[in-house]
Design a protein around this ligand. Structure first.
Ligand SMILES: Nc1ncnc2c1ncn2[C@@H]1O[C@H](COP(=O)(O)OP(=O)(O)O)[C@@H](O)[C@H]1O
Ligand SMILES: [Mg+2]
Length: 275
């Protein structure tokens, strides 16, 4: 395999923990500094999962690699950090009776702020309307809708993308793909119809400014994207799910099947939307 886009780091690479973010629900996320494999340092976010949600790490790296393969704006760097006890002790993690999973996911800081933070003074309805105005003019909207549909990402909420001053958008947080954080082989139903929050945002209140043709065309590229990242994904799935063959087989066929059927599924979903 060529070198993976996901770096393998140890606890010494975590140079300073600056504090826990308030937004996170699925994991304990810490702002920190990271020294990456090539020695470059940057600000980053370290996501630590409870052992009962260890799949969060596989989900994050899967989402990162597939989104990057689709040309979507993910943070520049990502890695897996093997946590040692002294780093875990320094985190003062609460509400984690089953212990902290020994691998954490780390991504470099992306510019911008989430709509949740930009519009924290607005009601949720107004925040959705304001966000929709920005999303409308963003060229990545159709490919991102198509990606969230492919990955059955039901969690593209107003905390899971960032908007910078120029209106550029960066996507974060793939802990809940595919389907949800603690997926099983039974829950990965390839033909399933899952919630797509971006479609909900754009159609909220009856408006449908979705360019259906662009979304379907973005989905038509998915089989080729999957082909290009499959080898890398399979190596990681073997590493993290090697002792869980039913999940390892299920995640591969889920992404494969949904890539192949995505454009038909989306065109049906969008054409039956209430206007
Ligand atoms: N790469 C990043 N760049 C900037 N901010 C980030 C990044 N990753 C996480 N954050 C911040 O940390 C918060 C929690 O991270 P997130 O991945 O959404 O965790 P959770 O799964 O717990 O929601 C985000 O809402 C955002 O404010
Ligand atoms: Mg989040």
């Amino acid at each position: 395999m060529k070198k993976s886009a996901i770096e393998i780091l140890n606890s010494q690479c975590v140079r300073s923990l600056r504090g826990r973010t308030r937004d996170g629900l699925m994991a304990e996320t810490y702002a920190c500094d990271i020294s990456w494999e090539d020695g470059e340092q940057s600000r980053a976010f370290l996501k630590c999962f409870p052992s009962s949600r260890s799949l969060g790490v596989v989900n994050e790296l899967t989402g990162y690699l597939i989104a990057k393969g689709c040309g979507l704006p993910v943070p520049q760097r990502a890695g897996i950090v093997q946590l040692n006890q002294s780093l875990v002790d320094s985190m003062d993690i609460k509400n984690c009776p089953d212990g902290v999973y020994r691998y954490a996911f780390v991504v470099s800081e992306a510019p911008g702020r989430s709509p949740n933070s930009i519009y924290s003074d607005l009601s949720e309805n107004l925040a959705v309307i304001a966000t929709r105005e920005i999303l409308k003019g963003w060229r990545g909207l159709s490919p991102l809708m198509a990606f969230d549909e492919w990955a059955a990402n039901q969690d593209r909420n107003l905390g899971n993308f960032l908007i910078d001053e120029k209106g550029e958008i960066f996507i974060i947080d793939h802990s809940n793909i595919p389907v949800d954080i603690c997926w099983t082989s039974e829950s990965l139903v390839s033909e399933g119809n899952f919630r797509n929050i971006l479609i909900d945002i754009m159609t909220w209140g009856g408006q449908v400014p979705i360019e259906e043709g662009f979304v379907v065309r973005a989905a038509e590229r998915h089989p080729e994207v999957y082909q290009s990242v499959k080898e890398e994904l399979k190596t990681w799935w073997q590493a993290f799910l090697g002792n869980d063959p039913s999940r390892r087989v299920a995640i591969d066929s889920f992404f494969q099947n949904r890539a192949e059927n995505g454009s038909d599924r989306l065109s049906q979903k969008l054409s039956t939307m209430p206007v």
